[in-house]
Design a binder for this molecule. Structure first.
Ligand SMILES: [Cu+2]
Length: 174
């Protein structure tokens, strides 16, 4: 009898501890997902690589809402993205604008560091950027640029493929 009571006394706190742990782990994951603001993407209905970028962002944990628009120029103007930095799609995340194939990690860094800026742009469509996957070796170096209000654009994150990094290393050695 006493033995059974002792087991019960031990089992109850153990169960409470275990279920508490499970609940904690779940809320932790939910909190992380909740901490990432919604990404609203504006893209042309016929843009395939835009869909590739949407998939990349979703894989990184973002919730993405896609708006199909025929003409992106008026939206870019509204977001404050100059035409020289244009790419195939534009997006809004939190208080920031995104243009083009910006890697999800760069967006997360932006949201953590919260710099004074309009947002991040990857002008054009660099081969090898997220959504623009190509066989390795053909990737081109590119950068996520921090677009500022009334100030020059800054390199925020540089992305180099191994080949171009090697080339730079070699030319430095000369
Ligand atoms: Cu594209």
């Amino acid at each position: 009898m006493q033995h059974r009571i002792r087991i019960a006394l031990f089992a109850v706190p153990l169960l409470a501890f275990l279920s508490g742990g499970i609940v904690f782990a779940q809320t932790g994951a939910d909190a992380r997902a909740r901490n990432l603001p919604l990404v609203e993407v504006y893209k042309n209905p016929y843009c395939g690589c835009c869909g590739g970028w949407v998939a990349h962002m979703e894989k990184a944990g973002f919730t993405v809402k896609v708006h199909e628009v025929e003409d992106l120029a008026p939206l870019r103007k509204r977001l404050g993205i100059p035409d020289e930095h244009a790419s195939c799609h534009s997006a809004k995340v939190g208080a920031y604008a995104l243009e083009g194939h910006v890697p999800a990690d760069d967006v997360k860094r932006l949201l953590t560091e919260k710099p004074q800026a309009i947002g991040l742009v990857v002008p054009g469509m660099p081969a090898g950027s997220p959504g623009m996957e190509i066989p390795s070796g053909a990737a081109e170096p590119y950068a996520s640029l921090l677009l500022k209000r009334d100030a020059p654009t800054e390199v925020y994150v540089r992305h180099e493929n191994q080949e171009s990094a090697d080339k730079r290393q070699k030319s430095k050695a000369k």
